[in-house]
Write a new protein. Structure first.
Length: 395
């Protein structure tokens, strides 16, 4: 059995190195699919650690092979940053004007590199392979699906995947887990309402697309309240509405866009059917016509119970019961680690990075977001211990 105390001690001994890595990465944030300097930094670090790697567009895939053949466990870390202007009062602030690691991806890459450093130094102590997946474009186009299509889970074939996300509303030193759905699916919603233009003085000669659109927006609010069980998660939001040319003309067309968020494939399908029915039938009943475009986005992130249970066991052994939290409800925010979980069993969990006493509590995507860097060795130790558990015991 692996010595968890030794793993934790080794992770803690890396802290200064981890902090330097994280701050280096924090200073060079880049948008999705443009992570060129980030990729260069990751490749240079892997070279220093003696870890072979290959580039896949702006992604990086590293490989650490143990002393004997065995299972393959992938550790995923996202790479991209957000179009947020960071305040200039931090010594490690962004050097790329208009971009910031405001979602903690710098910390995620750092944790993966810390685990990589451990496994590289202990190749003779484990059987199997650790695969490092540094993934671009989590915040934008979704980099997981293209990486999978390019073969990142093959050669060698990955058996399990692990991922994490820093969470500022969870105290640094704590781990937050959830079985089942952790993040929602998102679908783009586009609705076009067609009517007939006319002068506002003679409304009976036209078909008012704005009036139809108002009825449609109102009816869409009944889908979640009346067509979805109150025990299931779903949201329909209309975010934009555009129509009409002048104040005294009946609008002949309105175009609306929005989003549909769900955690269940069945609910996702039922909502799509209901939205189509509402738009088409209300429009027709009022003399116009309606068209719906629902474009699938990220899928729901559904954790695999057996892997979550293993992560729970390792977290308790490393940090004690008091440092483990269970999330009650999923978030309807999206996370494209979900696509890896569609392909292989695995788990995604939250790494506490907040510290109210130090004022580190700003939410993700905020220009004030920061982390308590004490969380870095915690994440490294749990990723190592959970990966070793999967290599040794499987699920």
């Amino acid at each position: 059995m692996k010595d968890r105390k030794a793993i934790l001690a080794e992770a803690e001994a890396m802290k200064d190195w981890l902090v330097r890595i994280r701050r280096d990465l924090h200073a060079i944030p880049e948008p999705g699919d443009e992570e060129y300097k980030t990729q260069e930094y990751l490749c240079k670090t892997l070279e220093q650690l003696g870890i072979p790697f290959r580039k896949m567009r702006t992604a990086v895939v590293g490989l650490v092979e143990g002393a004997a053949p065995g299972a393959v466990v992938a550790l995923r870390a996202d790479m991209d940053a957000l179009p947020v202007q960071e305040p200039d009062d931090r010594p490690y602030r962004s050097r790329h004007d208009g971009y910031m690691h405001a979602c903690g991806h710098d910390a995620h890459m750092t944790v993966a590199l810390g685990a990589a450093r451990y496994f590289s130094a202990h190749r003779d102590d484990f059987a199997g392979t650790i695969k490092l997946l540094f993934q671009p474009a989590e915040e934008t186009t979704g980099g997981a699906a293209p990486m999978i299509a390019d073969g990142c889970l093959e050669n060698p074939r990955v058996d399990y995947v692990l991922g994490l996300h820093v969470m500022p509303d969870v105290q640094a030193g704590m781990i937050e887990l959830k079985h089942g759905a952790l993040n929602g699916a998102s679908d783009f919603l586009g609705i076009k309402i067609k009517g007939k233009g006319a002068h506002a003085a003679y409304p009976s000669t036209g078909i008012d697309a704005i009036m139809i659109a108002a009825k449609v927006v109102d009816a869409l609010q009944s889908v979640v309240s009346r067509n979805v069980s109150p025990l299931e998660e779903a949201v329909i939001t209309v975010g934009t509405i555009n129509g009409g040319q002048r104040n005294n003309i009946i609008a002949d067309e309105v175009y609306m866009t929005g989003t549909i968020r769900t955690t269940s494939p069945d609910v996702r399908s039922r909502i799509a059917q209901r939205v189509n029915s509402i738009v088409e039938n209300i429009s027709a009943a009022l003399g116009g016509s309606g068209e719906v475009e629902i474009r699938p986005g990220y899928t729901a992130l559904i954790n695999h119970k057996a892997v979550v249970d293993l992560v729970e066991k390792e977290a308790k052994a490393l940090f004690g019961d008091k440092n483990l939290l269970w999330r009650e409800k999923p978030s309807l925010g999206v996370e494209d680690f979900a696509f890896f979980l569609q392909e292989r069993p695995g788990a995604f969990y939250h790494l506490g990075c907040g510290n109210g006493e130090k004022g580190i509590r700003a939410p993700l995507h905020s220009k004030l977001f920061d982390i308590d860097e004490r969380c870095l060795p915690v994440g490294v130790a749990l990723q190592i211990s959970a990966a070793l558990g999967l290599l040794k015991e499987g699920c």
